[in-house]
Design a protein around this ligand. Structure first.
Ligand code: SAM
Length: 255
C-alpha cells in the first residue's frame, strides 16, 4: 500500500475523527460526511480509545507486558506504549499497520526508543509479522503477549485467509496471552455504504460473528459487550447512550 492523497484511507479518516493533522482533503471530506450520517462518531471513537486504555491496564494487571498492536493507526494522544509505561516502564510494544502514513509517523515519534518497534504489514501476513526481526527481538513469544485488534477487524472481510491468519497468531502466542478486540456493529451500518463507495470495505459484525473469529480464545468476564460495559472505570455509570453502544469489545485469553 502506498500513500495516495486522492483516495481516503481508514487510518487517515480515523485521524480526522481524533482531531489529528495527518490527513488529506479527501479524508476530511469523508469524515465530515460520516459525522453528518452518524453524529455520535466522536463519542464512539472516544469510547473506543477508552476501551483500549482499559484493556492495556487489564493486561498489565494480569502480568502481560508485551503488546502486539495490529491496525495501530496514526499515533495520537495516549498511545499504547504511553499508557502501558505509565503503569509498567518495562512494557514493550510493536505497532503494526498496513497504512504507510501510520507507519511513517509512528517511526518518527518512536525513533530511538528501544522498547518499541513499528512494522508495516497486513494483518493477513501473520507469519511475516511474527517472524519479523524487530518483533522477534522485542517480544518473547514464549511469554504471554497481548494482541490488540482494536477498531480494525471491521476493515477485514471474512475469508479463509483471515481465519488462517487469526489461527496463526493464536497458535504462535503462549498460553496466558490475551487478544483485545473492538468492532463496529450494525448500529452504525450507515457507514458501510459511505466507506465502500470510496473503495474501503467495512464489515459490520454481531456478537456471534465476532466470537467466531476468536475461535480458540476464551473471553474473559464479561465477554463480548458494548464498550461502556467492559470493565467500566470505578465511579462511572455505563451510559445508556445508543451511540456509544455502537461498538462491541472484549478481551479473550489463549488457553
Ligand atoms: N487501533 C487504533 C485505535 O483503535 O485507536 C486505530 C484504529 S483505525 C480505525 C484502523 C487501523 O487499521 C487503520 O490504521 C488501518 O490502516 C488499519 N488496518 C486496516 N486493515 C488492516 C490490515 N489488513 N492490516 C493491518 N492494518 C490494517
Amino acid at each position: 500500500m502506498s500513500v495516495d492523497p486522492n483516495r481516503p484511507s481508514a487510518a487517515r479518516i480515523y485521524d480526522c475523527y481524533l482531531g489529528g493533522h495527518h490527513n488529506f482533503a479527501v479524508d476530511r471530506a469523508l469524515a465530515r460526511r460520516a459525522i453528518e450520517l452518524v453524529p455520535a462518531i466522536p463519542h464512539i471513537v472516544g469510547a473506543n480509545r477508552a476501551f483500549l486504555r482499559r484493556a492495556i491496564r487489564y493486561a498489565l494487571g494480569r502480568g502481560v507486558r508485551q503488546f502486539l498492536d495490529i491496525g495501530s493507526g496514526i499515533p495520537t494522544e495516549g498511545n499504547v506504549h504511553e499508557v502501558a509505561r505509565s503503569i509498567d516502564p518495562r512494557a514493550r510494544v510493536v505497532y503494526v499497520d498496513i497504512d504507510p502514513t501510520a507507519v511513517v509517523h509512528a517511526r518518527q515519534i518512536l525513533d530511538g526508543d528501544p522498547l518499541t518497534a513499528v512494522v508495516q504489514a497486513d494483518l493477513h501476513q501473520a507469519g511475516q509479522i511474527l517472524g519479523d526481526p524487530q518483533v522477534k527481538s522485542l517480544l518473547d513469544l514464549t511469554e504471554p503477549v497481548c494482541l490488540l485488534l482494536v477498531a480494525m477487524l471491521h476493515f477485514v472481510p471474512d475469508t479463509p485467509d483471515l481465519r488462517a491468519a487469526l489461527r496463526t497468531y493464536h497458535d504462535a502466542l503462549a498460553p496466558g496471552s490475551l487478544v483485545a478486540v473492538s468492532h463496529a456493529t450494525n448500529a452504525i451500518k450507515e457507514l458501510t455504504d459511505l466507506y465502500s463507495r470510496t473503495g474501503l470495505s467495512v464489515v459490520m459484525r454481531d456478537e456471534t460473528e465476532l466470537a467466531e473469529l476468536l475461535e480458540g480464545w476464551r473471553p474473559v468476564e464479561p465477554g463480548l459487550v458494548r464498550s461502556p460495559r467492559w470493565h467500566p472505570e470505578p465511579d462511572t455509570d455505563p451510559a445508556e447512550d445508543p451511540a456509544v453502544f455502537a461498538t462491541l469489545v472484549g478481551v479473550a485469553e489463549r488457553t
